[in-house]
Write a protein that binds this ligand. Structure first.
Ligand SMILES: Cc1ncc(COP(=O)(O)O)c(C=O)c1O
Length: 428
């Protein structure tokens, strides 16, 4: 395989003697001090991307925290004026603990609990996105009981099949999300909400899927809702997230600017007067991080050479879930030809625990080497698990020569923090 395309790495990545640095910090030094597996984020790159999103869309644009959330990143997004899209009480709590005010939080969810809704209304969340009639009833009933006005958006489901993995489609006819447009539900919700005493309907929302690589796909989804958006004539129209990113040397993807411009132009053309907002996740954070692993085994077996590392499906379930591909490279020779065809596997007791099938590494790769997969900043740590009782990795933010551990590595004791021995349960 050809060398890694360096443009897949975070913005401040640079080759240094004997390795690679990110944010002015040697990746091998981080691996030596913090251990592996470790996610290393380029803090300046994150900040710049958040800033870019704000400069394109303006007030109200949200970072979709499901892509990756910890207190540090919530703070960083907030400091760049972004709102934060939270899809659960846990995401809401994390942002609040990071010091993000409720009025910068947009609450999502197809099954919001009564507590989640009450807290968001009491604390004055920016917006609540209504996902269905049951949701509408709960939000209306809660706002009325608390006698507090809340701004809401209606999530519409345009019923289009976007071109992405079927697990990533959210705006098709079999999706659980939003009010279907094709059977009149979206219109019924709109009529219901127009004159509500405690709910201020300020906009419509759609999100057709994630990892969508073509702007045309977005435009055809927009085409399906454009007349409805125009007819509703509300102040805000949120087009969701879903912009794809490059994972492989061979991938191409529009930039955030190109994606936004295509959407703005189309909405202009359709004479939609609402302010256009978005809530990107992946496209803001995916390329800002790499995951480093240590090589524990190199085994040639019949048709494959297996490189086994100290992580796997528990720190990156995407290959198993979506059949996603990743590049692979050796940290001490990041630009080397990758002559050795290898399959990168994790340490889990699971046949599907393959991180990279038919990847490449330099022939010089040996036991103990630190290798990395780039573009792991989104839906990696946030989807991590403790399968096989594997502690979740550390997460480091690097900037100006300083490495900050923003999430420490879990310990075995952490794994048992909620675990009660049987004798105690029966005694209680
Ligand atoms: C409602 C909503 N908004 C935004 C996003 C972010 O999508 P992405 O990370 O693909 O930009 C998602 C992800 O699934 C979502 O469900």
């Amino acid at each position: 395989l050809e060398p890694l395309d360096f443009s897949l790495l975070p913005a401040t990545a640079a080759v240094i003697p004997g390795g690679l640095e990110i944010g002015g910090v040697s990746v091998l030094d981080v691996a030596a001090t913090v251990g592996t597996p470790v996610f290393i984020y380029d803090q300046a790159d994150l900040r710049a991307r958040f800033h870019e999103a704000y400069s394109i869309f303006g007030d109200g644009v949200a970072y979709a925290t499901k892509a990756f959330l910890c207190k540090a990143i919530a703070r960083l997004a907030f400091e760049q004026n972004l709102s934060l899209d939270v899809a659960s009480g846990g995401e809401y709590y994390t942002c609040r603990q990071a010091g993000v005010p409720a009025h910068k939080l947009v609450l999502h969810g197809n099954n919001k609990s009564a507590q989640e809704v009450a807290l968001a209304i009491e604390e004055g969340a920016q917006w609540i996105v209504i996902d269905g009639f049951g949701d509408l009833e709960l939000i209306a009933e809660t706002a009325t009981r608390l006698r507090k006005r809340v701004q809401v958006l209606i999530r519409v489901n345009p019923g289009v099949e976007v071109h992405t993995h079927r697990f990533n489609r959210t705006g098709n006819r079999r999706s659980k999300f939003g009010f279907p447009m094709w059977n009149g539900d979206a219109e019924a919700a709109l009529n219901d909400l127009h004159h509500h005493e405690w709910l201020d309907l300020i906009g419509l929302h759609m999100h057709v899927g994630s990892l969508v690589f073509s702007t045309d796909t977005f435009l055809s989804a927009l085409n399906a809702v454009a007349d409805f958006v125009k007819m509703a004539d509300l102040p805000i129209f949120v087009v969701g997230g879903g912009l794809g990113v490059r994972y492989l040397n061979s991938d191409t993807a529009p930039s955030l600017r190109e994606w936004a411009d295509a959407i703005f132009d189309y909405c202009d053309h359709k004479q939609i007067k609402s302010k256009i907002l978005a809530e990107p996740g992946r496209s803001l954070v995916a390329s800002t991080a790499i995951t480093c692993y240590s090589v524990g085994r190199l085994e040639a077996k019949d048709m494959d050479t297996y490189v086994a590392v100290d992580g796997g499906m528990s720190d990156n379930p995407r290959p198993l879930l979506y059949d996603s591909g990743y590049e692979l490279f050796l940290i001490r020779e990041p630009l080397a030809e990758r002559e050795s065809r290898v399959t990168l596997v994790g340490s889990h007791c699971e046949a599907g625990d393959t991180l990279v099938r038919d990847g490449g590494l330099p022939l010089s790769t040996k036991l103990g080497d630190v290798i990395a997969t780039p573009v792991t900043g989104a839906y990696g740590y946030s989807m991590a698990s403790n399968y096989n009782k594997m502690p979740r990795p550390a997460v480091v933010f690097a900037e100006n020569g300083e490495a900050t551990v923003v999430i420490r590595r879990e310990t075995y004791a952490d794994l048992l923090a909620c675990d009660q021995p049987l004798d105690r349960i029966s005694a209680e």
